[in-house]
Design a protein around this ligand. Structure first.
Ligand code: UT7
Length: 338
């Protein structure tokens, strides 16, 4: 059976920065509240003419260039997003066409903040099943397009970005990357975090616009409590399933929704702070892109090295919950664009 490994990683973050002070001028909030309650200091916002596929294409091109392969050797393109350019065609099709991945198939994967973890799991199984050699997994979201900048409880939380990895086949057991997963969905929590309108239940109308139904609606505390509990439980249970402990892990790379969620879950796991990647201060919650962005930081800062075991964990709208264990198989970067 072939093994799956991550063989390239690239991110794209739009250059425009929105600081907490910028938000103070838009809604009734303060830098101190945002930092204290979330850990966020700034987020990047895409220009008006940039959509999710544009950022996804940039991240995908970095991956292809870094790996030194033509796009037409990619077997599948998965775009993990809740902010596709449009409902259809899938953003995966737009990206596939723009990068020139002729002959590939693919699809959009809607799992909100767990999207990238679900994408990694899916790609790993495509590879291990022997039917795919190279799968591009992209997490990309332009959250600024679905925020209501009059709702201070949500608009301060999110930012825009894209991140991508190439998941590739290897026959060498020493090169095996994917070790295992534990993913769940729990639709009983669906009402706590959602964008109510724009689908078949509540198509766009003057009413849905007047009632602000096309933006993120969240019961923050409900999501917070669930996220802490599940991020802890799924990480604990996945480690136990593989007879591993926190000591075996080089780094926990969690979804970045709130610094307090991450530290509370990490405390319960008993993992020391230096083994927990947090970069929410710079990017906010970029939904599908947080884990590749955090992984890039861990990799480029030398916090994860070839051979290390990395634990990815995420909780998102749905609810969706995911954890993956991967052995990091990339050399430390020395020059390539990341
Ligand atoms: O990635 C997807 C999953 N999403 C999440 O994981 C988010 C989970 N939830 C959270 O991170 C937190 O619940 C929030 C950051 C959204 C909110 O923090 P909180 O500590 O749970 O605040 P709260 O909702 O309990 O609100 C406390 C107070 C309220 O005022 P009153 O009623 O006590 O007077 C809010 O109106 O804070 C107020 N508040 C704000 N104040 C200043 C809410 N948002 C803001 C704001 N600036 N931006």
């Amino acid at each position: 059976m072939p093994h799956a490994k991550i063989s390239a990683l690239g991110c794209y973050v739009p250059s425009g920065v929105m600081t907490n002070q910028d938000l103070e001028r838009i809604v009734d909030t303060s830098h101190d509240w945002i930092v204290e309650r979330t850990g966020i200091e700034q987020r990047h916002i895409a220009p008006k003419d940039v959509a999710t596929s544009d950022m996804a294409v940039e991240a995908a091109r970095i991956v292809l260039e870094q790996r030194g392969i033509p796009a037409n050797t990619v077997d599948a393109v998965l775009v993990c997003t809740v902010t596709p350019d449009m409902l259809f065609p899938a953003t995966a099709c737009l990206v596939q066409n723009r990068i020139g991945a002729r002959g590939a198939w693919g699809f959009d994967l809607i799992a909100a903040c767990s999207g990238f973890v679900f994408g990694l799991t899916t790609a790993a199984h495509f590879i291990m099943g022997g039917t795919h050699k190279r799968v591009l997994v992209i997490g990309a979201d332009t959250m600024s397009r679905i925020l209501n900048y009059k709702d201070r409880a949500t608009c301060v939380l999110f930012g825009d970005a894209a991140g991508a990895v190439l998941v590739e086949a290897t026959d060498d057991p020493a090169e095996a990357g994917f070790l295992g997963h534990l993913n769940e969905i729990d639709g009983s929590g669906g009402d706590f975090l959602r964008m109510p309108a724009g689908g078949s239940r509540m198509p766009a109308s003057h009413d849905t616009i007047d009632q602000d139904m096309h933006s993120v609606h969240q019961e923050g505390q409900q999501v917070f409590k669930y996220a802490v509990r599940k991020m802890y439980e799924v990480s604990r249970d996945l480690l136990a399933k593989h007879n591993l402990t926190i000591n075996d892990i080089a780094m926990l790379i969690p979804h970045q929704a709130n610094r307090r969620i991450i530290t509370a879950a990490a405390d319960r796991l008993g993992i020391p702070p230096e083994k927990v990647l947090i970069n929410i201060n710079r990017y906010g919650n970029t939904t599908g892109a947080t884990i590749p962005l955090a992984t890039r930081d861990a990799w480029t800062q030398g916090k994860i090295r070839k051979g290390d075991i990395v634990l990815f964990a995420a909780v998102g709208a749905g609810f969706t919950v995911g954890a993956n264990l991967w052995r990091w198989q990339m050399d430390s970067p020395n020059g390539p664009p990341v």
